[in-house]
Design a protein around this ligand. Structure first.
Ligand SMILES: NC(=O)c1ccc[n+]([C@@H]2O[C@H](COP(=O)([O-])OP(=O)(O)OC[C@H]3O[C@@H](n4cnc5c(N)ncnc54)[C@H](OP(=O)(O)O)[C@@H]3O)[C@@H](O)[C@H]2O)c1
Length: 330
């Protein structure tokens, strides 16, 4: 029987408490594929699950971790072989299925992607769900723009020092867009410039630049993870035919808009889901990151082990996240 370490969140009278526990692979749910996890990553949703936020994880004690990369150790699927390096993100992993903050996971074969050539397990988790979401957002904008690319176009990215935002800034800049980064952290301007942002604006400056219900036309495209007032401002400031891809809600679940951007400028709001989409769509993004979209994430990545995760969970919950937290379980 294999015993392994996992970060577990348990409900107590004083709220959820985190601890490192020993578990057996026999404790894992049934599934087709047993994976030795070598890397995971921290996403905002993991912090919500770890802290017992309502509507995320139903059953505790629970091991969070919506991302995992590792090696197959048991399989009953003929396409996925023992020893294959694989990625699992989303679906129910880390929600009510024990997740990547444990050294082993067991999951259905339909959740498992073979690591594309050109991407290491470490690279894939430096990107993680945040990178996948940034990639899906940028793919959706390009599809909306008839796959004409971003050369010469302007884009705005919100929550730009966070996981999704920082990778979106890097990727849009690599694709030759001129990128405005919106941030609440005036200490991170140099980092954002190094990622490729040509302009950096604070949340307050954004309120001065943009007028509602309809203002000056400033950007072709937006990648938004904040929602709330920030999304309201982005929608009122797009150029004709422009669009915003929205994936997050760190600024609240609701936003206001008028009909004007949609009927006067033909703008669009594109919703991004990285969790339940078909595996083939996830694979396409991973393959892009392994080839044309290859990014050097070194300046963005902080590596921790399971013991170091609790501090990082507090930081991300307080909005203080900068870049990506890679979890090394190898
Ligand atoms: N739809 C999907 O499939 C999907 C997938 C991944 C993530 N998400 C969602 O996307 C959001 C971002 O995820 P993430 O992993 O990138 O989180 P993150 O690493 O914590 O980054 C969020 C960033 O947003 C900014 N921010 C935080 N609180 C804010 C507030 N109250 N008002 C305005 N800006 C604020 C901060 O950046 P600055 O200080 O630079 O402004 C922060 O670093 C979350 O809501 C997450 O649940 C959705």
């Amino acid at each position: 029987m294999t015993i392994f370490k996992a970060l577990e969140s348990a409900k107590t009278e004083n709220g959820n408490q985190l601890s490192i526990v020993e578990k057996s692979v026999d404790d894992l749910p049934e599934g087709d594929i047993l994976i030795k996890v070598n890397f995971s990553s921290l996403n905002y949703k993991d912090a919500l699950s770890a802290s017992g936020a309502p509507g995320v994880t139903r059953n505790y004690p629970h091991t969070p971790g919506i991302d995992a990369a590792g090696v197959i150790v048991e399989t009953n699927d003929s396409n996925l072989k023992e020893g294959d390096s694989v990625i699992v993100t989303g679906y129910d992993l880390g929600m009510d299925t024990a997740g990547g903050f444990g050294e082993y996971i067991r999951v259905p074969a339909s959740w498992v992607i073979k690591l594309p050539n050109g991407l290491s397990e470490r690279d894939s988790m430096a990107l993680g769900t945040a990178g996948l979401t940034a990639g899906l957002s940028i793919q959706a904008l390009d599809d909306y723009n008839s796959n004409n690319g971003f050369n010469g176009l302007s884009a705005i990215v919100t929550g730009s020092t966070g996981g999704v935002g920082s990778i979106a800034v890097m990727l849009l800049s690599k694709l030759d867009a001129s990128v405005t980064a919106v941030t609440g952290k005036n200490t991170q301007k140099e980092l954002l410039q190094s990622l490729g942002a040509s302009e950096i604006v604070s949340r307050e400056e954004l309120s001065e630049l943009c007028r509602t219900p309809i203002g000056k036309t400033i950007w072709d495209f937006g990648v938004d993870v904040v929602s709330g007032n920030i999304l309201t401002l982005l929608l009122s400031s797009l150029k004709p035919g422009g669009a915003v891809a929205c994936s997050g809600l760190v600024g609240g679940p609701s936003f206001e808009s008028s009909i004007f951007p949609f009927i006067l400028r033909g703008n669009a709001l594109l919703g991004i889901d990285s969790v339940e989409i078909p595996l083939e769509r996830k694979l396409q993004v991973w393959e892009n990151f392994a080839s044309d979209w290859r990014l050097d994430l070194t300046p963005l990545v902080k590596e921790v082990n399971l013991e170091g995760l609790e501090n990082e969970i507090s930081t991300i919950l307080s909005g203080g996240q900068v870049g990506r937290v890679l979890v090394n379980l190898s």
